[in-house]
Design a protein around this ligand. Structure first.
Ligand SMILES: Cc1cc2nc3c(=O)[nH]c(=O)nc-3n(C[C@H](O)[C@H](O)[C@H](O)COP(=O)(O)O)c2cc1C
Length: 161
């Protein structure tokens, strides 16, 4: 049975995720975009993965620099998520933000739930995306922050049952 793109998108949209901003650096070029396709992969060694659209501006910067940081957004950071997902004024995404520089050189955003600072361990082409597996070289977590969630185009928070 052929797969309908609409139905595929609908079911993917129902999959509830956290929201991250994946930041990266290649030389003097710093970039970042909103990413929900993130997961932990391995504890020992500590590995995570993100999926980047081959057509995104972020993809070649990760490819060139070989580093990325996964900034896990907190509730209240919806505007930041939208800013880093918008195709308008991409070059102004970091304007007005105070960022720390991670050990890999990737920008670490403030006010988040935490961040994984990673060096690319492997890159797998997968259709129109590239799966980047990163080895975590540094991380921080704020256990008091509530993670931002995303489902079917809307933001929300977690409610324990
Ligand atoms: C909630 C949310 C999740 C997203 N997840 C991803 C993702 O996992 N991978 C991806 O490549 N783009 C994802 N995007 C889309 C990018 O953020 C968007 O295309 C962005 O403009 C790309 O920026 P760039 O071209 O400057 O790199 C997501 C957007 C939103 C709003």
């Amino acid at each position: 049975m052929p797969i309908s793109t609409d139905t595929f998108k609908k079911l993917c949209g129902r999959w509830t995720t956290g929201v991250t901003i994946v930041t990266t650096r290649h030389g003097d070029t710093v970039h970042g975009m909103t990413v929900s396709a993130f997961t932990e992969v391995s504890l020992d060694p500590p590995l995570v993965l993100v999926c980047a659209d081959k057509g995104s501006t972020t993809h070649p910067v990760i490819e060139g620099g070989g580093v990325f940081a996964v900034n896990v957004l907190a509730r209240g950071q919806e505007a930041l998520s939208n800013k880093f997902a918008s195709s308008k004024e991409q070059e102004k995404r970091f304007d007005g933000l105070t960022v720390d520089i991670g050990v890999t050189g990737a920008p670490i955003l403030q006010g988040t739930v935490g961040a994984f600072d990673c060096r690319v361990e492997a890159a797998h082409e997968a259709g129109d995306h590239v799966v980047y597996v990163g080895r975590v070289e540094w991380l921080r977590v704020d256990e008091s922050a509530d993670p931002l969630l995303h489902q079917s185009g809307a933001y929300g928070g977690f409610a324990a049952s």
